[in-house]
Write a protein of this length. Structure first.
Length: 324
């Protein structure tokens, strides 16, 4: 089957975005600062949109050109930002990224009831921000990996910047989802425990700090289990309807989607790369269904899965005791 011409596909997507032709022409004319007659000729295929015009319209109307290029192959290419270790000069980039994402999530949560779905291979922020030392460690290790600074060789001496210290309160304000599911990578706690051990072996954290972080991590697991058992936990934002899964394989990445009405956001992250998807409803829906599909290879620990839940959390405590 021949692939659809990109220009024809783009015109079709424009028409789908704004079905009434007169309204679409008016909107394009305003965006591109063109006469309506010029827009009509482009929509009729008599004149092609220029590369510059296509880019401006794609950005203004939230159209993913990557999706149009590969729609007939049922393949979704995502833009990835590759992060180089020890590349940044400060934590500002990390703070900027968190602030941008929190603001987007705040907008999604405003008004209509919102939903979120998540696959995690790293301890999610909405859980660890209730544990002060664990929060410091999670932010510190990011700085150790990415920031060129001697300060990240000494956990004891490092103090969180004000912007980072303010994040837990911000997160508590915006994380207000009615419906959510979490899928934890089966090796999440093992990986985190190994990271803590490695920092201890490099003499970045002390024996006492290793012990205290381990204690907070075990307390966190206990609070999560209590919350899943139906006990109210005030410092962890459990949505009204929460499904908690553990994957049956090591998934090796984190990905989340947030949606409410016509507002949506999807994130995908590995240890050293990340992608933000918000410019196309079609792309978002594909990512959303992809994230939801991981429930098919995961075990549900909330609701009626009481035996599986107890065994899972017992095993996580054993992993911490064995490694730390």
């Amino acid at each position: 089957m021949s692939r659809e011409d990109l220009h024809d596909a783009f015109i079709g997507e424009l028409s789908r975005k704004v079905p009434r032709r007169a309204d679409l022409v008016n909107q394009i004319a305003d965006i591109l600062k063109l006469e309506k007659e010029s827009v009509y000729r482009r929509m009729a295929g008599k004149v092609n949109f220029s590369v510059r015009e296509t880019g401006i319209l794609a950005q203004a109307l939230n159209i993913s050109l990557d999706s149009l290029l590969d729609r007939d192959r049922k393949v979704q290419w995502l833009p990835f930002v590759l992060a180089s270790p020890m590349r940044l000069r400060s934590m500002d980039s990390f703070c900027d990224m968190i602030d941008r994402n929190l603001e987007k999530i705040r907008e999604i949560n405003r008004g209509e009831p919102a939903e979120t779905g998540n696959v995690y291979n790293s301890l999610p922020m909405e859980f660890f921000i209730s544990s002060p030392l664990l929060t410091k460690f999670m932010f510190f290790k990011w700085g150790n990996y990415f920031v060129q600074s001697e300060e990240f060789n000494d956990f004891s001496a490092w103090r969180m910047p004000e912007r980072l210290a303010a994040i837990p309160a911000k997160y508590g304000e915006i994380y207000n989802f009615r419906e959510a599911f979490h899928i934890w990578d089966s090796s999440l706690i093992w990986t985190l425990a190994k990271e803590i051990v490695n920092f201890y072996r490099m003499h970045v954290i002390t024996e006492a700090e290793k012990r205290e972080i381990s204690h907070e991590l075990k307390e966190l697991l206990s609070r999560i289990e209590q919350g899943l058992n139906g006990t109210y936990v005030s410092d962890i934002p459990f949505p009204e309807e929460l499904d908690f899964y553990v994957s049956s394989i090591n998934v090796g990445f984190s990905s989340s989607y947030y949606a409410s009405g016509d507002r949506q956001l999807a994130l995908l992250q590995t240890n050293f790369s990340f992608s933000v998807i918000e410019n196309s409803e079609d792309t978002f829906q594909q990512i959303k269904e992809w994230i939801r599909s991981f429930r098919n290879i995961s075990t549900l620990l909330s609701r009626s899965g009481r035996i599986e839940r107890r065994l899972f959390f017992e095993n996580q405590h054993k992993i911490i005791d064995q490694l730390l």
